[in-house]
Design a protein around this ligand. Structure first.
Ligand SMILES: Cc1ncc(C[n+]2csc(CCOP(=O)(O)OP(=O)(O)O)c2C)c(N)n1
Ligand SMILES: [Mg+2]
Length: 284
């Protein structure tokens, strides 16, 4: 049960967990033949920082009352969530290869029937409102657990996000931490061309949030930001995590085509070779 007070994993360990996550995301998407590759790869380090360090959770008792809650508001990126949950022992890794198959509980958007998934998501814009409810309930019950909500940058186009952001700021929900996976791309184009979010930090601070801006692929920076968020009193905290969509595979990086496309066998092999080369080069 990592809790941020325990010693931090080494940077190499975290890099290795993110590497394993990327490998299994690619393998499961190939097996399924469909799914959301780019946004799953962009949030790998964020999920590793949460599930291998910050979250209080118990894979053997997913409903443990005192657990921290994590809401994947960008529910189409469930390949990343399912994989980190399998790696933490919530269910067997082999189940990943049933993703999107008939009768599998590993549905193509995050499904609450999977151990460790708090809520079904996929209709964008709703996760932060759910997180607010959980944060208000925890406060009312005098609980110490924290609530985390990961959103996409394209998802910021949803009005409901800003209704929820204003509510959390007004209610001073300091047990709530939002994370924005700012990868610059939504569905088939660049976020700045569809609806420019900038200045995104000022939008959140105007709603009453404390804003942290980090490199979303730097494990140390993410751990610092998560610790700092937990220590912030009187305000919710949003971590703006600057990421690359498709991170880790050169031909998937910054290419909107890979938003909702799974690799074919040849692409998978090329991607895995690249991941292996990175591991050798960086020596983790
Ligand atoms: C309410 C709603 N409208 C549209 C969609 C279709 N859709 C799925 S993913 C996506 C783009 C999301 O972009 P972003 O939030 O930036 O996610 P990421 O880049 O992390 O994949 C859209 C429009 C949806 N899932 N829900
Ligand atoms: Mg995006």
């Amino acid at each position: 049960m990592p809790n941020g007070k325990t010693p931090r994993p080494s940077i190499n360990e975290l890099k290795e967990h993110a590497w394993d996550l990327r490998r299994d995301i690619l393998l499961m998407l190939r097996e399924a033949g469909s799914g959301h590759t780019g946004g799953s790869l962009s949030c790998a380090e964020i999920l590793v920082a949460l599930y291998h360090y910050k979250l209080h959770h118990d894979p053997h008792n997913p409903q443990w009352e005192e657990r921290d809650r994590f809401i994947l508001s960008k529910g189409h990126c469930c390949p990343a969530l399912y994989t980190v949950l399998a790696h933490r022992g919530f269910f067997p890794r082999e189940d990943l290869f049933t993703f999107r198959k008939i009768d599998s509980r590993l549905q193509g958007h995050a499904y609450a029937g999977v151990p460790g998934v708090e809520v079904s998501t996929g209709s964008l814009g709703q996760g932060l409102s759910i997180a607010n409810g959980l944060a208000l309930a925890a406060r009312a019950d005098g609980k110490k657990n924290r609530i985390y909500c990961l959103m996409g940058d394209g998802e910021m186009d949803e009005g409901q996000i800003w209704e929820a952001a204003m509510t959390a700021g007004f209610r001073r929900l300091d047990n709530l931490c939002g994370i924005v996976d700012l990868n610059g791309i939504q569905q088939d184009s660049w976020t700045r061309e569809i609806k420019d979010l900038r200045p995104v930090d000022q939008k959140w601070s105007a709603c009453g949030w404390h804003v942290l801006d980090v490199d979303g692929h730097d494990p140390a920076g993410l751990l610092d930001a998560l610790d700092s968020a937990a220590d912030t009193k009187g305000k919710p905290v949003v971590i703006i995590a600057r990421t690359v969509k498709g991170k880790g595979v050169s031909f998937m990086e910054n290419n909107p085509v890979w938003h909702g496309k799974a690799p074919n066998q040849q692409e998978l092999e090329k991607a895995l070779q690249e991941l292996e080369a990175t591991r050798m080069r960086e020596g983790f």
